[in-house]
Design a protein around this ligand. Sequence first.
Ligand code: F6R
Length: 608
Amino acid sequence: MCGIVGAIAQRNVVPILLEGLQRLEYRGYDSAGLAVVKEGQLQCVRSTGRVADLRERSAATEGPLGIAHTRWATHGVPSERNAHPHLSNDRIAVVHNGIIENYEELRASLTVAGYVFTSDTDTEVIAHLIHSHYAQGLSLLAATQVSLSELVGAYAIGVVACDEPDRLICARRGSPLLLGVGIGEYFIASDVSALLPVTRQVVYLEEGDVVELKRDGYRIFDAGGAQIERPVQTSELSNESVELGAYRHYMQKEIHEQPQALANTLESVCNSQSLVPGIFGAEAAATFADIDSILILACGTSNHAGQVARYWLEELAGIPCRVEVASEYRYRVSVPNPKALVVVISQSGETADTQAALNHAKAQGHVHTLAICNVPESALVRLSKLRLLTRAGPEIGVASTKAFTTQLAALFLLTLVLAKQRGRLTEQQESQYLHELRHLPSAVQKVLDLEPQIAKLAERFADKHNALFLGRGMHFPIALEGALKLKEISYIHAEAYPAGELKHGPLALVDKDMPVISVAPNDALLEKLKSNLQEVRARGGELYVFADADTHIREADGIHVMQMPEHAGYLSPILHTIPLQLLAYYVALQKGTDVDKPRNLAKSVTVE
Ligand code: F6R
């Protein structure tokens, strides 16, 4: 979702801006643009095409100071006039990520003051507002600070002015932004991957920070306006981790990275002989001793991980667990329980709804908070008392894959630690589960070996418009996840149901044109599931079953069986996710969609 890059240097920054935007493409966007300051002039180029198109259009543009942006439309359709940067009087340019809630009132008062609006965006008010204060004689920094105090909403912004060739101003509140530190040159970006070609030295900005960058240094001012130091950190992100390598798409690469991602996430635990609460933070033991239930808040795929965890937590740890969609919870009147552990799950750690839900929970009196997150410096990690970082590495494909399975691994650890603390895990069980976790990466690798068969199977979906996914118990959320993957990247309408619900309605949809995909682990519900599958077959539905080795579900007319290598007990949902990811991927290839950047979607949903 919207990406920002900016640079102040002694060289032409346009190639840096364009390379940065290219690296932020994965966040999702529908238009792009840049503005550079050179010899007292602002040059601005915008495009509704890809960054490659912007590159062509900016061939003649250069300058040592500039800002650039990929836009994911919120206010106003995707169009060149709505693309950023937005200019005020051709003197000030602004790029913005976030949503300004009071933009209509500001727009009205700025219009009265004589400003002419040329776009439908909320961002343009920021440009005019800064200009209005700058025109009164304030410095660019002060004009920005005053303007920000008048804004209600979320933002990360970059600002340049043609009369200020030695200054780049930026600020963040509610949307991510960081500084890159070079030698005699400084950068801003929405995430580190954009800056890797120029620096790995970064400063993570805090909520409310405003920064003035010059070629010989920078000054950070906190939310109260006081000048403050923030630590410079060396990013561990490597260039290779964000490059495609031999794969055709990032999604395919990330599906294949799962054995390593799981091994990395589980590393500290698998090297030890026993589980300790300390993996969640220093205060974890005391916190876990004080809780009587769990409240999981998350969106999309991360919410599905939470739904699997509910089965684990209640069954193994004996602790009541509720899972809520963050965007609903934040506005729902619920009954707070200060003894609940609030667990937020997020790949990016920046999802606006999940952040708002966590803040809402805190405002309601919840004090025990834990983030399970893939980005260490993210807002959710900073907002939570406890944390467990998934170590999936950067996830570039919009459809979440390795983040999901590593979230599941982290949630299984949480389950085991709580089960142990509540006296529900014998030493023998603990070492058995640790053994199974150590084995998990190689078990996942074996499932990945099914890829050629799944690619073949996917051909049968090329002409389909609908699909039904079935699962039972802790595999029902895996069916939900399979349906979500298929719909988001192949645009096939897909629904998931607990198989037992079929006869309560969805069976009416089943006919020969409705593929029914079923997750069939060898667990206590297998025989029930088999009956549900018969119900489908009896109505002429075509079945695609991902079955564990010893389920005895056989290929037959209208029943296609993918044999899963082994049954992984409680970890089975992790294994059963992999073929559904591969199925969605190969169906998307059949459909010819933009797999890594599906239409209308953004990677990191930083607006409501
Ligand atoms: C689906 C997907 C989304 C995200 C959701 C939450 O493939 O990626 O549903 O899971 O937007 O994002 P995070 O996990 O970053 O909070």
